[in-house]
Write a protein that binds this ligand. Structure first.
Ligand code: ADP
Ligand code: MG
Length: 227
């Protein structure tokens, strides 16, 4: 597989105003993620992991620098264009699943595909495949409240990749799970990334899981550095 950069942050700066002072979180951060690669983002709380992921996921704008998705600079695009890229090329998983409570597992995974314009039948077939892949096929018709924490996160991961994005961004996706469940959820996530050629940037405090990824980076002095 040819080396292909799917996500690039170049000289990214992010500052937050706090009263009279400015909090500089990212001060010229550079980062590159290539196709098929899994990278752990390991850094103490408050150092800017979520900020970095939100910038990479086009949920926020950098104060300076540029974010490239599939080689395309995204800063100056319109909100509609950014939303379109986010929907088709980026999957996001949070620490808490954010599934829609009134819909079943399979419906939650169908939703982004229906928004993308797939037919109900197509969306359902792909959702069922993903549920099987995440080894939760039998739970398809259950609502989130009827699922365990590990099952909820596997549905959230399946939903994030439903539209076959290039990049999966996960913000402490197993942070809310016990170690054994975290490991099981990570197994499913890893298998998915490996077979799809997706690239993933995963913030985690779990050093065992970080050790299983291809690379580990941290945030130091507002920059991304290899560990
Ligand atoms: P992490 O995910 O590594 O814990 P965050 O990216 O959430 O860190 O936050 C980094 C720092 O930026 C924290 O000090 C946080 O309080 C601050 N911060 C994050 N978002 C905002 C915001 N919208 N306004 C002001 N400060 C913020
Ligand atoms: Mg965070």
């Amino acid at each position: 597989m040819a080396r292909k950069t799917v996500l690039q942050l170049s000289g990214v700066q992010r500052h937050y105003g706090q009263g009279d002072t400015t909090l500089s979180i990212l001060k010229g951060a550079d980062f590159e993620l290539v196709r098929g690669e899994m990278v752990a983002l390991v850094a103490p709380s408050g150092t800017g992991k979520s900020t970095l992921l939100h910038l990479a996921g086009l949920l926020e704008h950098p104060d300076d620098g540029e974010v490239f998705i599939g080689g395309r600079p995204c800063n100056d695009l319109s909100d509609d264009e950014r939303t379109a890229i986010r929907r088709s090329e980026i999957g996001f998983v949070y620490q808490f699943h954010h599934l829609l409570p009134e819909f079943t597992a399979i419906e939650n995974i169908m939703m982004p595909q229906l928004i993308a314009g797939l037919s109900k039948a197509e969306a359902k077939e792909r959702a069922a495949q993903l549920l099987d892949y995440m080894r939760i096929g039998p739970r398809a018709e259950h609502r989130p409240a009827e699922l365990s924490g590990g099952e909820q996160q596997r549905v959230a991961i399946a939903r994030a990749v439903a539209n076959a994005p290039r990049v999966l961004l996960a913000d402490e996706p197993t942070g809310n799970l016990d170690p054994k469940t975290a490991s099981y959820v990570f197994d499913a996530l890893e298998a998915l990334v490996r077979q799809s050629g997706l690239a993933a940037l995963i913030a985690t405090h779990n050093h065992e899981l970080a050790g299983r990824m291809d690379r580990r980076v941290t945030i130091e002095g507002g920059k991304v550095v290899e560990m």
